[in-house]
Design a protein around this ligand. Structure first.
Ligand code: AP5
Length: 223
C-alpha cells in the first residue's frame, strides 16, 4: 500500500497487552509490509547465547525496565533499512521515549500513530492468558486460542509464558508506560497524526476500526 509512491509508515502505541502486536500482525498481512516489534527483537537478542548483550537485555526486559535508547534506536534503523521496508512498516512498541521519537523523526516519515486504549484493569487478564512462541506470535487462552494446545498455529513452535508476563512485572511496565507516554502522544497529536482506537472490544472489532480509518483517510487524500 503506497500513497504518492511514498511508503506507508505506521506506529501502534499503547500500554502493555493493549493488542499492539495482535493488530500489527493483522495489518502487516493486509498491507504486505513488515511488522517490527522492538520487544520481539530484544527477546531474540536475549535468547541468543552468543550475543554479549543477552544477559544485560534479559535483566532489563524481564524486570519491565526500558532498554537504552541508543541500542533500541540502532536496532530499529538497521531493521527499517532492509529492502522489505521500502513500501513501509508497522512499528509496535517503538518509540517509547522522547529520545526515540526524535531519532525516528530523522529516519522516517510516519503517517499514522494509532493509540490503542484499554483500561488498566483489563491488562492483567490479557497478560495472564497470553501465550507466545519464539517467533513472536501471540495467542490468548480465552480470546485467541490456538487449534492445538501449547503450539503456535502459524509456525508450530511451542508456546510459553513471557518472563515479564506476571502481575508484578506488568505493574512496573504499566508504571513506566504512564511515566513516558504523555509527551510522545502530545507530539504526534500536534502533528495531527494521532488516532485513538478503542482497544476494549474483540480483536476483529479493533482491526475493523483501524482499517476503516486507513481506508477513509486514503479516500480523502485521493479526492
Ligand atoms: P513489548 O514486547 O513491546 O511489550 P509491551 O509494550 O508491554 O506490549 P505487549 O507485547 O505486552 O502487548 P501488546 O500490546 O503487543 O499486546 P498483544 O497483542 O500481545 O516490550 C517488552 C519489553 O521490551 C519492554 O518492557 C522493554 O523492557 C523492552 N522494550 C521494548 N521496546 C522497547 C523500546 N522501544 N525501548 C526500550 N525498551 C523496549 O496482546 C496481549 C494479549 O491479549 C494476547 O494474548 C492477545 O491474544 C490478547 N488480545 C489482543 N487483543 C485483544 C482483544 N482486542 N481482545 C481480547 N484479547 C486480546
Amino acid at each position: 500500500m503506497a500513497k504518492d509512491n511514498k511508503p506507508f509508515e505506521i506506529i501502534l502505541f499503547g500500554p502493555p497487552a493493549s493488542g499492539k502486536g495482535t493488530q500489527a500482525k493483522l495489518l502487516a498481512e493486509t498491507f504486505d509490509i513488515p511488522h517490527i516489534s522492538t520487544g520481539h527483537l530484544l527477546r531474540e537478542v536475549k535468547a541468543d547465547a552468543n550475543n554479549h548483550l543477552a544477559k544485560e537485555i534479559a535483566n532489563l526486559i524481564d524486570n519491565g525496565q526500558l532498554v537504552a535508547d541508543d541500542l533500541v534506536n540502532q536496532m530499529v534503523v538497521d531493521r527499517i533499512k532492509k529492502n522489505d521496508c521500502q513500501a513501509g512498516f508497522i512499528l509496535d512498541g517503538y518509540p517509547r521515549t522522547e529520545e526515540q521519537v526524535e531519532f525516528l523523526e530523522k529516519i522516517s516519515n510516519i503517517d499514522y500513530v494509532f493509540l490503542i486504549e484499554i483500561k488498566d484493569e483489563m491488562i492483567i487478564e490479557r497478560i495472564s492468558g497470553r501465550r507466545t512462541c519464539k517467533n513472536g506470535h501471540s495467542w490468548h487462552i480465552k480470546y485467541s486460542p490456538t487449534k492445538k494446545d501449547g503450539l503456535c498455529d502459524i509456525c508450530g513452535e511451542e508456546l510459553y509464558v513471557r518472563d515479564d508476563d506476571n502481575e508484578e512485572k506488568v505493574k512496573e511496565r504499566l508504571r513506566i508506560y504512564h511515566q513516558n507516554h504523555d509527551p510522545i502522544l502530545n507530539y504526534y497529536n500536534q502533528k495531527e497524526k494521532l488516532i485513538i482506537v478503542n482497544g476494549d472490544q474483540h480483536i476483529e472489532g479493533v482491526f475493523q476500526d483501524l482499517i476503516k480509518y486507513l481506508v477513509d483517510d486514503l479516500r480523502r487524500k485521493m479526492r
